[in-house]
Design a protein around this ligand. Sequence first.
Ligand code: GRF
Length: 210
Amino acid sequence: MLKIGVLVSGGGSNLQAILDGIEKGIIPNTKVVAVISNKEDAYALERAKQYDIPHMYLNPKDYRTKKDYDQALADYFHAQSVDLIVLAGFTRVLSETFVNQFSNRIMNIHPSLIPSFCGKGYYGLKVHEAALSYGVKVTGATVHFVDLGTDTGPIILQKAVPVLEGDTPEILQRRVMEEAEWQIYPKAIALYAQGRIQIQGRTVKIIEHL
Ligand code: GRF
């Protein structure tokens, strides 16, 4: 059984897609064992509650340093024997100590086709604003492993989404979520749960048939 710990900050629609994927059997042999938010009012916590999943708000202000906060997260996940950490709209960048403790065991979703519109400063609506102002005709989403950089880790899955005339950042964000994020995040976790992901350097190889 793959045990997942999820870090959230907001609405938690990606968390929901993962929970739906588990329920429908798209993600086999997997359980979400912990959901932690750095924001008290994150609706994602409510979703966890509805599914009876242990969840908590951890206030960064209660910790002296970023490192201390991240270690508290890591300690909790270790205590729950978490195998894979899933960042689902988590707005903080994780420190080196945290990432090193879960090397190649942290996944993130980014709402663009990396390496476009990613890295420091590209989060939330800003990503879609940037795509629209650049004038790209195609954008999308990327699931990747987290390494020490921002949005630089090995890419697991990507899905393209068209930019349409009249799109606002909000409309585009919604389309990217519906057509890409909520599809590829459950799929990537399923591949991981099935042991079908191999990392070779910075390249991820998906094993088609076991
Ligand atoms: C998503 O667009 C995700 O790609 C980004 O933050 C947003 C989170 O949305 N990292 P939600 O909280 O999963 O609804």
